[in-house]
Design a protein around this ligand. Structure first.
Ligand code: UFG
Length: 331
């Protein structure tokens, strides 16, 4: 077996996947421009600092390393930022994917696992979202993911190229050893913000909207543990190696938790006070996003090990407590 090139392997989901791959004896090269990733997250393997939009660098990596598959995480991933700066998203994400896939074609590397998102789905959202649910991206970020999926599908139709696009629901939690975890600067995600509030690093958490048509008025998401996502990437590689057809596959737990349920679970896990304030809805947020992962079970044999929101938050709590002890966060 050759090496696996992991772009964006110094980011949150990438770093957990790399750690898992290395623990299974796979050789990994991380390529990351460190625009949002962290050098210390990529300490388990070979590391190249650079951008996937740099064809000369890609040629040198593919020429010097025996790479036989690529896992592509490198992308910008904030919905709100993408609304404010769409060109950056189309350039970084879509051009980045085109450069990468072009380099793969030049070097005859045919296998790609791509980080996609449940954000590609359009309304209605009051059902379990399956892969045949209509796609209708609501933000530039989501549009980049849908465009890249389309590019990959078109490539797979006419060349030996094969791919799996994994549509994540809400990635959450951290490595139970707390060697890597979730570190976004600035942080915008619910669970890290809740836990930083529990740690006293923030004086309160804003609940973005308590007038949604849900039981407690707050928005519902399907939180899936980052290590379960990591395992799915490895299973997707095996699926393609076994002759599986190129396609998109959902990764979710099939269970929705509201913002208030997450905060209550965090209060239980941490035993800390978590002051909250109600704030207006955040632009672009959906009421509910919950995924059906039947296909992942059937095709990849994927069984999430952390289906319980309390367990997911407990692993994140261990990580954030360790981060807090190490350094004050940049808020
Ligand atoms: N929320 C708050 N207060 C906060 C932060 C978040 O109430 O301070 C709420 C949001 O409004 C939302 C929920 O918590 O209802 C989850 O928000 P996150 O920011 O944690 O996650 P999102 O669902 O907005 O987005 C995430 C990823 C995207 C991906 C999307 C798919 O960041 O990249 O999941 O659902 F596209």
């Amino acid at each position: 077996m050759g090496k696996i090139l992991v772009t964006g392997g110094a980011g949150y989901i990438g770093a957990h996947t790399v750690k898992r791959l290395v623990s299974q004896g796979r050789e990994v090269v991380v390529l990351d421009n460190l625009s949002t990733g962290h050098r210390d997250f990529a300490r388990f393997c070979d590391f190249v600092q650079g951008d996937v939009r740099d064809p000369v660098l890609l040629d040198s990596v593919f020429s010097s390393e025996p790479i036989d598959a690529v896992i592509h995480f490198a992308a910008a991933s904030q919905v709100g930022e993408s609304v404010r700066n769409p060109l950056y998203y189309y350039n970084n994400n879509v051009s980045g994917a085109i450069c990468l896939v072009s380099a793969m074609a030049r070097h005859m590397v045919d296998t790609l696992i791509f980080s996609s998102s449940c954000a590609v789905y359009g309304p209605p959202f009051d059902c379990l979202l399956t892969e045949v649910h209509p796609t209708a991206p609501l933000s530039p970020y989501a549009a980049t993911k849908a465009m890249i999926e389309r590019i990959l599908a078109d490539m797979a139709r006419v060349t030996p190229f094969q791919y799996v696009a994994l549509r994540y629901f809400n990635a959450a939690g951290a490595d139970p050893d707390a060697e890597v975890g979730e570190r976004h600067r600035p942080e915008t995600h619910l669970i890290p913000l809740v836990l930083q509030t529990a740690l006293g690093q923030r004086d309160h958490l804003d609940i973005f909207g308590d007038d949604y048509p849900t039981e407690d008025g707050t928005a519902i998401r399907d939180y899936v543990h980052v290590l379960d996502l990591a395992d799915a990437h490895i299973a997707a590689l095996a699926y393609l190696r076994g002759g599986g057809a190129s396609r998109a596959i959902n990764l979710g737990n099939g269970q929705g938790h509201s913002v208030r349920q997450v905060i209550d679970a965090a209060r239980k896990i941490t035993g800390r006070d978590i002051p909250v304030r109600t704030a207006p809805r955040r632009e672009g947020d959906s009421t509910r996003l919950v995924g059906d992962a039947t296909l992942a079970r059937e095709l990849l044999g994927w069984r999430p090990r952390y289906a319980d929101i309390g367990e997911i938050i407990a692993t994140a709590w261990a990580w954030h407590s360790k981060e807090a002890a190490r350094s004050a966060p940049v808020l």
